[in-house]
Design a protein around this ligand. Structure first.
Ligand SMILES: NC(=O)C1=CN([C@@H]2O[C@H](COP(=O)(O)OP(=O)(O)OC[C@H]3O[C@@H](n4cnc5c(N)ncnc54)[C@H](O)[C@@H]3O)[C@@H](O)[C@H]2O)C=CC1
Ligand SMILES: CC(=O)C(=O)O
Ligand SMILES: [Mg+2]
Length: 597
């Protein structure tokens, strides 16, 4: 049930996390070819074919991983539609994991948008129609008594390093996707492997199926999830708690990543579980971290100081308030402001307009620190974003609203009237929900805007200038944070560790060299970025006394080598045949190895 069907034996489970030498396999014949973890397809050597009873099951020629990658790329290119490319890659993942990761690593820039946002969003919406083979762990709120057993059966104790869990209520910007949400857990995990080298078989993607309020899914005869409206309240809390307790019991060293929970649960669950186990909410903390890094480099380009920035956030949900908190805390830490003064430099706008105190209990916990007195806005229409901007004169405008086109020409022009270089980040995903397209923002601001987006966009041009639009997506930061927490075996992820990650990322911004070359480093370079972030996170974890791993090097160069040495690479390893009878539980049944590849 792990993201692939193999776990590894306790004897070699811990360190190093990735084993680079030969590994044991008890499978043979067709069963071996059907195991994505062990399968090498046409790359099985003549000797391996003999030992593992593959003679006659493969065409004669023995090909290298490079040749296989070339063939797979040709096949990939034969599909035009991104969703068909996504499904091709999914099927490759089901067949041959090394080849899947190798192909995407070689073409990361081209394929990231196909396995992640925006195309994975389409695949999630169509999950019950595209379904062929299950991947990940499905937990059913109506069978809460089974949760512990199901979680325990996913892998050997201690054999999971990283878990992504969702309840499917707020997937990307496309809302409640019910059981199809498993696709976000497995996509985030694929990125964990690609971008941070976490071993694919030491990960677990989970969906907590609580029903769905998406009527189209409930009406769809092919829908594969629990066909009922979402369970909420006490039963929901008990379900989540049973799952978290099972994780703590069976995978005590794993890091738990919450993804795409709904607005009423995301922050509440983070507050409950953060003191209890190493965990993190990507939409709140990951988005906060990557956006702060992009703001720091924009502020550097504008020759401003962070403490002087006025920021307006449009869409004050998990991501919006996560960004607000991260920027506020940095204004305190870096700028020396009090928390109260820092909060006053941030304005939140949501469906009711600017958030003011008379909204009372309609405000969420995350919104409350940023609420303004009503009389501050008595002279304008609260709901009109352009009027709010005229009043606030923000330097930074963030979109996390899912309101496609919410940053109109009037809004952008109003913003550009008050500041020399408006910093505008329409971060909503997928692409079709972006608050404004970068080309329009650039034109409406006469080429003065500094832009970053949640989904990838091509560079934009204005007056002969070519401006690289940074992809400000938590995907560029959470893999490094996760890798740092996993390798240091951090007992918790502290605020200081998050800030270290932000600085490590911001320091790699191309805009520090050339203002037009992007506020954040390119995703194509994400493995090196993740390594740097992980080192920063580990160092701070050690300083803060929350690192529990043994032997973490103190020297910077040695630490980098230590981190890189434990990152998994998609290359074939030699298989060593073991006898099924004497092999581990893995080798006898659903899985087949005593050690990770
Ligand atoms: N670039 C990145 O790394 C990330 C981007 N996002 C994107 O941000 C968006 C929001 O995600 P979450 O915060 O997780 O969702 P959420 O549901 O927690 O928050 C969305 C907020 O926007 C508000 N909103 C909706 N329509 C609005 C409108 N017309 N005007 C003003 N406010 C409006 C909602 O009331 C809610 O408070 C999604 O599109 C998501 O894909 C989320 C996380 C990371
Ligand atoms: C990127 C991400 O986590 C989201 O859009 O929800
Ligand atoms: Mg998300």
């Amino acid at each position: 049930m792990a993201s692939a069907n193999v776990s590894i034996g306790p004897s070699r489970a811990r360190s190093p996390i990735t084993i680079h030498d030969e590994f044991e396999c008890a499978l043979e014949g067709k069963a071996l070819l059907n195991s994505p973890h062990f399968n090498k397809g046409s790359a099985f050597t003549v000797e391996e074919r003999r030992i593992f009873k593959l003679d006659g099951l493969l065409p004669t020629a023995v090909h290298s991983l490079e040749q296989q990658t070339k063939r797979a790329y040709e096949q990939y290119r034969s599909y035009d539609a991104p969703i068909a490319q996504n499904q091709f890659l999914q099927s490759l993942r089901d067949q041959n994991e090394v080849l899947f990761y190798r192909l995407i690593s070689d073409h990361l820039k081209e394929m990231l948008s196909v396995i992640y946002t925006p195309t994975e969003g389409d695949a999630i919406e169509k999950y019950s129609h595209l379904f062929r083979r299950p991947e990940g762990c499905f937990l059913d709120i109506e069978h809460i008594d089974d949760v512990d057993d199901v979680v325990a059966s996913c892998a050997h104790p201690d054999d999971i390093d990283y878990i992504v869990v969702t309840d499917g209520e707020e997937i990307l910007g496309i809302g409640d996707q019910g059981v199809g949400s498993i696709g976000i857990s497995t996509a985030k995990l694929a990125l964990m492997t690609l971008c941070a080298g976490i071993h694919p078989n030491r990960t677990l993607g989970v969906t907590l199926d609580c029903g769905t309020d998406n009527q189209a899914l409930l009406d769809d005869e092919l829908y594969l999830g629990l066909r009922r409206s979402r369970v909420r309240g006490e039963q929901y809390d008990k379900f989540v708690d049973t799952f978290v307790k099972a994780v703590q019991e069976h995978y005590p060293k794993a890091f738990l990543h919450f993804e795409d929970f709904g607005l009423t649960n995301a922050r509440r669950l983070l507050d409950i579980y953060r003191p209890q186990l190493p965990c993190f909410n990507d939409d709140i903390q990951g988005t906060g971290a990557v956006t702060l890094a992009a703001i720091l480099s924009a502020v550097w380009v504008c020759k401003m100081e962070l403490k002087d920035v006025r920021m307006l956030i449009y869409g004050a949900g998990s991501a919006g308030t996560g960004i607000a908190d991260q920027v506020r805390d940095a204004m305190v830490q870096i700028g020396g402001l009090t928390k109260e003064d820092a909060s006053k430099r941030i304005w939140l706008v949501d469906k009711p307009g600017i958030l003011v105190s008379s909204l009372g209990d309609k405000l969420t916990t995350g919104q409350q620190p940023y609420v303004r007195p009503d009389d501050e806005f008595h002279d304008i229409d609260h709901r009109d974003l352009a009027q709010v901007i005229r009043k606030v004169k923000p330097h930074v405008l963030i979109g996390t609203s899912t309101h496609a086109g919410g940053f109109t020409e009037t809004v952008v022009r109003e913003m550009a009237r008050h500041v020399d270089a408006p910093i505008i980040f329409p971060l909503s995903n997928p692409t079709r929900l972006v608050e404004a397209r970068p080309g329009d923002i650039f034109t409406w601001s006469d080429g003065r805007a500094l832009i970053a987006t949640g989904s990838p966009f091509e560079p934009v041009e204005f007056g002969g200038r070519r401006y690289v639009v940074a992809e400000c997506n938590n995907a560029i930061v959470y893999p490094g944070i996760g890798l740092g927490c996993v390798l240091s075996r951090a007992s918790t992820l502290t605020d200081a560790m998050l800030i270290s990650a932000v600085h490590a990322l911001a320091a790699q911004s191309p805009a520090l060299q050339n203002a037009d070359s992007g506020l954040l480093p390119d995703v194509a370079d994400v493995r090196r970025i993740s390594m740097t972030i992980a080192c920063a996170v580990i160092k701070t974890a050690v300083e803060e006394g929350v690192a529990t791993a043994q032997g973490v090097p103190a020297d910077d160069r040695e630490l980098e080598e230590w981190v890189m040495g434990q990152m998994w690479d998609p290359v074939y390893r030699t298989l060593k045949k073991v006898d099924a009878a004497s092999a581990s539980r893995d080798a006898q049944g659903k899985v087949g190895s005593k050690s990770s590849q």
